[in-house]
Design a protein around this ligand. Structure first.
Ligand SMILES: [Zn+2]
Ligand SMILES: [Zn+2]
Length: 397
């Protein structure tokens, strides 16, 4: 009997064509039949992080969104999209939206329109943050680039749906907005998945893009028994007081503390108070690493309710987080693609703007409606408030 030419039937994927974008493969949903198919099968260069010891993903049984289907690289080098109109103190929102628009795996997922085609909120004609961001990214990265400023009024108009305490027309903290916006995107992803346990809820596209895990490990100095607490994180906030660089701030974040004196630790094995050490590390690295530099001090004595650490804090274009990870020997490299800057004295005053690396690899200033090409040196000279890094292929040492 003749061997069949093909072992199995080849299924062709539908592709989305948006403006002058080339064919962008559509990531499948959790129940999609392409789960497990890598981007390289699709002719797209996807980069995966190196294997990290004790990844929680290996413990997961069910993924709302399979991470293998995320596309991490822009499929074609296009220039940056337009600026965003300021609708009255909305620079905190504009600068955040610009950084999200140029987050490759998120933008590529949005451009595939996978979300809106299945969105239950949309069918109920309820406001959906994910659908709004999808429309926004489609407009930003499609044919109308470079000419018309976008007015993000549909998002500004629903600010209270994103964060109840935000007030239209008032300057808000860009990081707080980012947190609420990402939470709102996560909630949109979970419509219809409410019954999942918290571990499964950490497998939405939002967690697959921004999510990592931190570990707090307490070690009893008597019995040497460790006690670990693992927490999911969608970004990392770094203390920057007395730190001149992001690397120093990360070293402080992961510094081993001694729990002694009044701070002794109750060891469950020794059943008594003991001296112990405590260390926070990154257990599982995210694909997109968002670092907030805590420049604002709340509850201070200034008239704005807090001061600001305005000094220069250096940050690299390429960042290796291996030294801050739990028992990882390989380099875990990231490349900078977005910098959100705050100019002024406090988070509720001053001005926010951002720098983004467009799909053509060129850096642009995005200052409300202004869009201007800049050098990477200009970007690295900024007083950054939020840094956006994307993972690159790890290099073994
Ligand atoms: Zn939606
Ligand atoms: Zn002990």
């Amino acid at each position: 009997m003749r061997e069949p030419l093909l072992k199995r039937r080849i299924k062709f994927k539908e592709v989305a064509t948006i403006g002058n974008w080339a064919k962008i493969p559509k990531p499948s949903s959790a129940t999609g039949e392409d789960a497990g198919k890598s981007g390289s099968d699709l002719g797209i260069n996807t980069k995966k992080l190196g294997s990290v010891d004790q990844t929680s993903s290996s413990r997961r049984k069910y993924d709302v969104f399979p991470e293998e289907t995320l596309l991490l690289d822009w499929p074609k080098p296009i220039t940056a999209g337009p600026g965003l109109q300021n609708l009255g103190n909305t620079c905190f929102l504009n600068s955040t939206l610009q950084c999200l628009t140029y987050t490759p795996p998120l933008a590529l997922y949005l451009l595939s329109r996978s979300h809106s085609q299945k969105c239950k909120l949309r069918r109920q004609t309820t406001f959906c943050t994910f659908c709004e961001l999808e429309k926004h990214v489609m407009r930003s990265l499609s044919g109308m680039r470079g000419k018309n400023t976008i007015t993000p009024k549909s998002i500004v108009g629903r600010l209270k749906s994103i964060a109840k305490h935000f007030r239209v027309g008032r300057q808000e903290d860009a990081h707080e907005f980012l947190r609420y916006f990402i939470d709102s995107l996560q909630n949109s992803c979970l419509v219809g998945f409410e019954k999942l346990d918290h571990k499964q809820k950490e497998t939405t596209v939002i967690h697959q893009v921004f999510g990592g895990y931190t570990q707090s490990r307490i070690l009893c100095t008597v019995c040497k028994e460790p006690s670990c607490t693992i927490e999911p994180c969608l970004d990392i906030s770094l203390e920057v007081k007395n730190c001149g660089s992001v690397e120093k701030a990360l070293a402080r974040f992961t510094k081993t503390e001694s729990l002694t004196g009044d701070n002794k630790y109750r060891c469950s094995k020794c059943k008594t108070l003991v001296d112990a050490t405590k260390q926070m590390t990154i257990l599982e690295a995210p694909k997109i690493l968002v670092l907030q530099l805590k420049r604002f001090e709340f509850g201070g004595f200034s008239m704005f309710g807090g001061g600001k650490i305005s000094k220069m804090i250096t940050f690299p274009e390429k960042l290796d987080i291996q030294p801050y990870m739990f028992k990882t020997k390989k380099k875990v490299l990231y490349e900078l693609y977005g910098v959100l800057v705050h100019a002024g004295g406090s988070c509720n005053s001053g001005h926010y703007f951002s720098y983004v690396k467009a799909p053509n690899g060129v850096w642009y200033l995005k200052n409300d409606s202004e869009v201007r090409q800049v050098s990477v040196k200009q970007v690295l000279d900024q007083q950054a408030y939020i840094l956006f890094y994307s993972a690159v292929q790890p290099v073994s040492i």
